[in-house]
Ligand binder design. Structure first.
Ligand code: HEM
Length: 233
């Protein structure tokens, strides 16, 4: 039987570490995750208030306004992070590995091997980039949902706040509102897209745990430490 030390030496020989995610990448991931959680909780409240305010003789316990305030604060944090992350993806020097994933999505062999891997019949394909094709498509869908939530969120925002930035984007947002067929539709799109994000999160967490168990490269750890372990060839 191997001692722990031997196992360590063996693993040291077989695997080498590589920086997978930069610290900026990891920070934006967790700030975004936190914002989405807060937005889902406060969003559910705005749609269907589930906490009653403390009874008061004065009508000054504006719970809806309080939840909406935090919703909008985290909405703008999310907006900033999505813009920042898009910048990193397109221009980031250390993010070239993300852009290389585009090579994999146009390669049918990688698709077939990847699907086979998830069906437990083939080995994981060797990737050029950091995302496998299914993952890349899922993330593209996620970004489209983010854009939909931000756009519809900003339309709703110009109806509840009226000064400063809201005033600046008012005309443009009203034009988008008309394109979507009115405010009621905007609200429905905003709400339904939230459900899309909830489904994405369930799949995302499931796949992360799946890879942590079946993959031996520490894919899950990488979003905390930034490091992934690749087999030496
Ligand atoms: C993951 C992102 C988001 C989720 C899950 C989310 C969820 C929701 C939900 C469920 C509602 C209630 C809709 C209804 O009445 O049925 C809502 C309303 C609203 N959201 Fe979001 N939202 C997100 C992002 C944003 C963003 C980025 C903004 C703006 C910057 C925003 C601004 C608003 C505003 C202003 C309202 C309406 C408040 C009111 O009616 O008083 N949301 N959101």
């Amino acid at each position: 039987m191997q001692t722990t030390n031997e196992a360590f030496v063996e693993s040291k020989c077989e695997y080498e570490k590589e920086e997978e995610f930069t610290s900026l990448y990891r920070w934006q991931h967790w700030i975004r995750a936190l914002s989405i959680v807060v937005l889902i909780i406060t969003g559910f409240y705005i749609a269907e208030p589930f906490v009653a305010s403390i009874p008061s003789a004065q009508p000054d316990n504006f719970m809806q306004a309080l939840f909406r305030f935090w919703h909008v604060v985290f909405g703008f944090i999310l907006l900033s992070v999505v813009v920042f992350k898009s910048y990193l993806f397109i221009f980031g020097k250390k993010h070239e590995i993300e852009r290389k994933s585009i090579k994999d999505i146009v390669n049918p062999k990688v698709w077939i091997k990847q699907i086979g891997y998830y069906l437990l019949i083939t080995k994981h394909p060797k990737l050029n980039g950091v995302y496998n094709p299914l993952q890349f498509m899922a993330y593209t869908g996620f970004y489209l949902m983010m854009v939909a939530l931000i756009l519809t969120g900003l339309i709703l925002y110009v109806h509840v706040y009226h000064d400063g930035f809201s005033n600046l984007i008012y005309g443009t947002m009203r034009a988008f509102e008309a394109m979507m067929g009115g405010l009621a539709n905007v609200r429905t799109i905003h709400h339904l897209t939230m459900w899309g994000v909830i489904l994405f999160i369930l799949g995302h967490v499931y796949m992360a745990v799946y890879n942590a168990i079946f993959g031996k490269e520490g894919a899950m750890d990488a979003i905390f430490s930034g490091l992934k372990w690749h087999k030496k060839h």
